[in-house]
Design a protein around this ligand. Sequence first.
Ligand code: NCD
Ligand code: ZN
Ligand code: ZN
Ligand code: ZN
Length: 425
Amino acid sequence: MELLIKNCNIVDSSKKTIKQSDLHISNGIIKNIGKDLKNKCDKVINVKGAFVLPGLVDIHVHFREPGYEYKETIKTGSLAAAKGGFTTVAIMPNTNPVIDNVEILDNLKAIIKRDACIKVMPIGAVTRGQKGEELVDIKSLYENGVYGFSDDGQPIMNEEIMNKAVKQCNELQIPIMIHSEDKRYVNDGCINLGRVSEKLKVKGISRDAENIMIKRDIEIARNLKLSIHICHVSTKEAVCMIRQAKQDGVKVTCEVAPHHFSITENVILEKQAIGKVNPPLRTYEDIEEIIKGIKDGTVDAIATDHAPHSKDEKQLDIQKAPFGLTGIELALPITNTYLLEKGVIDIFDLVNLMSINPRKIMGMDSRGIEIGGYADITIIDLNKEYILNESDIISKGKNTPFIGMKLKGKVKYTICDGKIVYEEE
Ligand code: NCD
Ligand code: ZN
Ligand code: ZN
Ligand code: ZN
């Protein structure tokens, strides 16, 4: 397959340059970058000056297969990811069965091979059944093709087990991605403990649930002098702790989800369980600190935590409905609308937060668009403004509070290994 892309504005975040040129892609590799390329290709597209970025990478999604195919599958999730501009995603193991042994992993790999239109990297569970009690065989899962370990959805309360897991993952130089939540402070809560939970008279989750566990996990990394990655940071205190830890030389990276830097718990007053997610939507003060953390490099990556659920489940009473929002198709527009448009970050920062740093965390080749590099490319138009409709969402999970809201920015093309996997109509 030969592809020629005319009139690109290629964004290079390491050099902080935007280069006007054409791109020639051959057999999944970037063959040439230059002005007025005239190769004879199977396909020629003219992107008319659109920004051309290294393919976006989402290191935290839930595609629900095997076990919850009614919520999402590898096929529907990867198509939605391609629409969102992602060429690679890391999928969390809280499926049914949990991805905690090689046999289950092999089955998942076969599904990915059959159904995925982009690169889908399985994450293995840290403990059997994600029960937090007994470590999985980390080495054999690693050798058979997981790209990271996480008990996401469940905390690992036992500190000794966490210590062992951090050591084993570091030995293999594979990320351990931590869902930091101290169960003792959750108190059956379903949204942030505060103004909104009081108003609605529903049980709240104390912010200590996140803060106390992140504190513990940072201390583990500090004492062991080893790396950890913290998932979906959502409180101002957590951002401050991670900032300080980084200054102290602790090897900690973290991600934030788009919904945690854009909307607050107030959304729940209007949208009920559609705004129920773990960690919960917080307050404007939390958003301010997260934004500070995005600006100063405390936050390494934007990851969606795309968590699809069915309509029926999300229509339940807020106390009974499951936690989770979808967002893989919205990460780029939300980031553009709430960060780029507001002048918080520039296009280079966006590339670092959504492509380069996520690749580094996952141990992937993190170079940008270069001759000889693999042709994973996202082409975007940041000027398109629209009100999000439910019918715009192709993921099975329509559970996002952004429906009805105004967003700016769209993906025009997603190219994975030189193949066009998404093309705007
Ligand atoms: C996730 C899910 O639904 O699997 N839910 C969520 O609210 N984020 C689990 C998780 O990421 O902790
Ligand atoms: Zn060609
Ligand atoms: Zn989680
Ligand atoms: Zn998650």
